[in-house]
Design a protein around this ligand. Structure first.
Ligand SMILES: NC(=O)C1=CN([C@@H]2O[C@H](COP(=O)(O)OP(=O)(O)OC[C@H]3O[C@@H](n4cnc5c(N)ncnc54)[C@H](O)[C@@H]3O)[C@@H](O)[C@H]2O)C=CC1
Ligand SMILES: O=C(CO)COP(=O)(O)O
Length: 381
């Protein structure tokens, strides 16, 4: 049932021919927490990795101690991302760099952690500036929908930059990981040639408080992280309605089934990944217990303000992924004429974009029962 191959923990017996340089593309809430982890491991495994970890920062001016300063300058002085991960000190070998091409040129392992809205543009800037044997790991939670259908961002990165790209995703609320509270994560990494071995990739991320399992099911890892954001919004709407734990568990259960169905229908994903790994059930639960998607969705029901307004008011520059993912998934399912086979995803889209009343989510939870009783009978709105 589970993905057949798993690599756990860091197992770095053989010294490599050369030490690998790690670069992080992105410096938001999760981007900075990931850079902290990579910085700690670059120092811990000095025979394998170069000490300096470059973190690309989308440069912006911030107000710091009464002065207008560049975010990169403040980070390199204080080792703290005062805007996106305040109160957390990164190791001094993590260096903020405003030029994404410099990070591309000087890294063997590139870790992509930007909100999914920006990855195409960032890749366009990096193209032609990469090391020939570089590999990527995408920590982005979302999917790309276009003329070619639905695609994983790891595949988009692979195609745009000509490098192999794996995926990291799990139950990893950034502020908790940054405080070194224990959690698990999943890496999907199956390169055609092991230019960088799975053990080395695990060693970039594995910490005593950040427990990594590597599996072959790259699509399952990526889709778990993307689709749970839609379900977290549904549970946030339920929180806004002040529905209890039983109702929210029902939404999570139905959401998990839709995540699994989507991953196995449209991708070659193992059904077990969603129910066994951190990137599936665990990420779903942690996000529904109070991630950003959940909080904004709850505030939407309670305040009646538009979602984009609440995103600005509540997230301090961080970005919401669930509403746009619901839209992208809806557009894709419409082209397949399969919208009604994913009633929870459909409802989140309709609440966010077509003024559906959040209290009608309850009706949406009913029809599957009729469907199974009627043996394939069609579902009504
Ligand atoms: N925050 C979290 O707890 C977790 C987030 N993720 C995922 O990681 C990815 C990145 O999320 P976060 O690091 O939390 O970002 P964030 O939500 O903190 O977003 C802000 C980031 O976007 C950058 N940005 C703003 N405008 C930009 C532009 N025009 N071009 C490029 N960058 C721009 C900002 O400089 C900042 O680094 C997302 O896909 C998210 O779903 C995954 C696990 C945990
Ligand atoms: O992905 C996350 C936790 O694993 C964070 O989710 P939110 O973006 O909803 O905060």
């Amino acid at each position: 049932m589970s993905a057949p191959h798993q690599t756990t923990g860091a197992n770095l017996d053989q010294a490599p021919k050369k030490r690998l340089a790690v670069g992080v593309i992105g410096s938001g809430n999760w981007g900075t927490a990931i850079a902290k982890i990579c910085g700690e491991n670059a120092r811990a495994h000095g025979h394998h990795f170069r000490s300096k970890v470059r973190m690309w920062v989308f440069e912006e001016e911030i107000e710091h101690k009464g002065e207008k300063r560049k975010l990169t300058e403040v980070f390199n002085e204080t080792h703290e991302n005062v805007k996106y991960l305040p109160g957390v000190e990164c190791p001094p070998n993590v260096i903020a760099v405003p030029d994404v091409r410099e990070v591309a040129r000087r890294s063997d392992v590139l870790v992509f952690v930007v909100p999914h809205q920006f990855i195409n543009r960032v890749c366009d800037q990096m193209a032609g500036h990469l090391r020939p044997n570089a590999v990527g790991i995408s920590c982005i939670k979302g999917v790309s929908v276009g003329k070619d259908g639905v695609r994983l961002f790891s595949d988009v990165i692979q195609e745009k930059l000509g490098i192999y790209c794996g995926v990291l995703s799990g139950a990893n609320v950034a502020n908790e990981v940054a405080k070194e509270q224990f959690c698990e994560t999943t890496i999907g990494y199956k390169p055609p040639q092991p230019i960088v071995s799975p053990e080395q990739i695990v060693a970039v991320f594995d910490r005593p408080y950040f427990s990594v399992v590597s599996v072959d099911d790259v699509a399952g890892v990526a889709l778990g992280g993307a689709l749970k954001n839609i379900v977290a919004m549904a549970v946030g709407f339920a929180d806004g309605m002040e529905w209890g734990g039983n109702t929210k568990s029902a939404i999570m259960r139905r959401g998990l089934l839709e995540m699994q169905k989507f991953a196995t229908t449209f991708f070659d994903s193992e059904p077990g990944t969603m129910v066994e790994q951190s990137c599936g059930i665990a990420d779903l639960v942690t996000s529904c217990l109070g991630g950003r998607n959940n909080r904004v969705a709850e505030a939407y029901v309670k305040s009646g303000k538009p979602i984009d307004v609440l995103e600005k008011e509540l997230l301090g520059g961080q970005l919401l992924q669930g509403a746009s993912t619901a839209k992208e998934v809806h557009e894709f399912l419409s082209t397949k004429d399969m919208v009604n086979e994913f009633p929870l995803f459909r409802s989140v889209y309709k609440i966010c974009y077509e003024n559906m009343d959040a209290k009608d989510l309850i009706q949406v939870l009913q029809p599957l029962k009729e469907e199974s009783e009627n043996e394939g009978g069609t579902e009504t709105e």
